[in-house]
Design a protein around this ligand. Sequence first.
Ligand code: KIV
Length: 279
Amino acid sequence: MSATARKKAPNAEDIRARKRGEPLVSLTAYTTPMARLMDTHCDFVLVGDSVGMVLHGLESTLGVTMEMMILHGQAVARGLDSAMMVIDMPFGSYEHSPADAFLNAARLMAETGAGAIKLEGGVEMAETIRFLVKRGIPVMAHIGLTPQSINTLGGYKVQGRDDQAHAVLADAHAVAEAGAFSVVLEKVPQNLADQITNEVAIPTIGIGASAGCDGQILVVDDMVGFFTAFKPKFVKRYAELGRLAEAAIAEYAAEVRARSFPADEHVFADQAPAKGPKG
Ligand code: KIV
């Protein structure tokens, strides 16, 4: 079922109304089974462009395409019933002009059923956010560390320390005034995240920010231990599923080599079992 057709899922205005309420819970998802697991636990699920690094083995999010986002967005939508779906606009799909951003955002929403899009950038994206919101596209902003800009930010560094704080604060005010319904704060100092949360009227969603934010988001494969290439400081591993999966694969390989798998209970006799009295 498409995300917009779902009756139980919150919409962008429901998320906006949670400012200073119960903390908003969010994770990324890229597939139907993972979306199903988190559906009743999350307020919104983000189809993040982190999919490029997490599932496709890319070194950054820069190579993620509209087609990848649409395919994963459709898969996630099939697994959601009660959580809202937000989808990332990939690098190159919105920066050139507000009109291009509108065409790509509308396509992402129409083809996946997402209830909103997310895009990266602050002051420089305010005009685009205003353009989209006025034309019916709910926008979640993303400021602080914006991974699509690693080449100009000089890597995955904390943003807004010391004399840089005013720039991140200005970004937060700009996206809120432009009409974003919420803003992701990635990898910014705790005090700055708290100041932004106190000053802007829209919910702040922290990732490497502060427990004082209006909500939190993590990349699901990081927090369940599936993505192990590296672990940012802000990630808490709630499970080690990658290790469990590898141990299971190793056991399977050993059993196949020893011919102990498949066992009798996994194979079929040449005669069907007799039917009971009721057929
Ligand atoms: O792409 C992503 O997963 C994100 C989250 C880290 C916020 O943007």
